[in-house]
Design a protein around this ligand. Structure first.
Ligand SMILES: *Cc1c(COP(=O)(O)O)cnc(C)c1O
Length: 373
């Protein structure tokens, strides 16, 4: 089946006696035992498993081309499950441009438990020079947040295989509609489903999808079940509902992002535009090879500094000045100020989550705001 069909049908276990076309929300926390003390319905207790979560995990696994998925209550909880699944003392290589929430999680929560280095994973010499005897995992995020750097997944996987390292790819920016890391040899895909999967800025969630049901995956499932950072049945239902339109929403996000990137690139008050679909993007050739389409996120630097950038975000009317991404509404954000003191993000950088409004309205709005500089 093709991806649009999977998105609509793979998350729907509507086998109720009522004949409902859509799977109901199962709120029950506990499930009836059989005469022999067993569980004839396959469910015991909702932390361990719930029909809505099963449906969500089914559709997530199929969309990414994986064999199983684990849904979490947030993207950070999904990332944390990966780190918790590693033996203490393991060394992780992570990108220098990485979602700051997960970078901080490593630096603050896993200090003294795991070892980590944040390096330019696009430079194979640098990457190889950081591999040590206790290195277990390479974390990737491509396109990255907020610089939209693109990493050659296949190239990193080749190096990882030579050293028996695991590769996890945060695929939040791309979604499986634009990029499928498991097909390029990654072991695991991570998502913040808060973003494009939810798509309407009204729920939090995270997910891991695996290429293989191995011992490591069993450990991750234990972290999910015993740690208990699971999504509620309502949130699972909402996600399954939103995922049905994900392929079509992504087409709109990608089209709008491309047109906005092209407009910004020609603007005299814009210094640079970071969008993998632009010829001027430093890794455009890699993006062309490994992405199915270029996503709905872009960043741009205005001429000037923080003051000029803030003038733009304070003048927009259709865009909302807010963090996060992946919703139908366009968001714009001065990224350095949310990342805190030690950020390397340029002060004149604005990150845009391009929504599904009419592109003419978006261009007019941002054009008026930039003229305000
Ligand atoms: C938002 C985000 C996360 C964290 O997800 P939450 O749902 O906010 O916990 C991780 N990675 C990327 C790329 C993100 O954008």
């Amino acid at each position: 089946m093709k991806i649009e069909t999977i998105a609509i049908h793979a998350g729907n276990m509507a086998n109720e006696l009522s004949g409902s076309v859509i799977q109901p929300i199962t709120l029950s926390t506990t499930f009836k035992r059989g005469l022999d003390g067993g569980y004839p319905g396959g469910y015991i207790y909702s932390r361990a498993g719930n029909p809505n979560r099963t449906s969500l995990e089914n559709v997530l696994a199929k969309l990414e081309g994986g064999v199983d998925a684990a849904a979490f209550s947030s993207g950070n909880a999904a990332g944390m499950a990966v780190f918790q699944s590693l033996p203490p003392g393991s060394h992780i290589i992570a990108p220098d441009d990485m979602y700051h929430g997960l970078r901080n999680q490593l630096k603050i929560l896993f200090a003294g438990i795991l070892e980590f280095d944040f390096v330019d994973v696009n430079n194979t010499d640098v990457l190889q020079s950081y591999i040590k005897a206790n290195t277990r995992l390479i974390w990737l995020e491509t396109p990255s947040n907020p610089l939209l750097k693109v990493t050659d997944i296949k190239q990193v996987v080749t190096i990882a295989k030579q050293h028996q390292l695991l590769v996890v790819c945060d695929n939040t920016f791309a979604t499986p509609i634009c990029q499928q890391p498991l097909s390029m040899g990654a072991d695991l895909v991570m998502h913040s489903t808060t973003k494009y999967f939810g798509g309407h800025s009204d729920l939090m969630g995270g997910a891991l999808i695996t290429a293989e049901k191995n011992e490591w995956w069993q450990k991750i499932k234990q972290v999910q079940e015993m740690g208990g950072a699971i999504p509620s049945p309502q949130d699972c239902y909402m996600l399954v509902r939103s995922i049905k339109t994900l392929p079509y929403r992504m087409k709109g996000h990608v089209n709008n992002a491309k047109l906005l990137a092209q407009f910004l690139e020609k603007h005299p008050k814009v210094d640079s535009v970071m969008y993998p679909g632009l010829e001027s993007h430093p890794q455009h050739q890699i993006a062309k090879q490994q992405m199915l389409s270029f996503g709905g996120m872009l960043s741009f630097c205005v001429k000037g500094g923080a003051e000029e950038a803030l003038r733009v975000v304070n003048a927009v009317k259709v865009f909302t000045q807010a963090t996060s991404l992946g919703g139908v509404e366009s968001l714009i954000e001065h990224r350095a100020s949310i990342e805190g003191q030690d950020t390397k993000t340029p002060q004149n950088l604005l990150r845009v989550s391009v929504g599904l409004e009419n592109i003419d309205d978006l261009i007019e709005d941002i054009s008026l705001a930039i003229n305000n500089i």
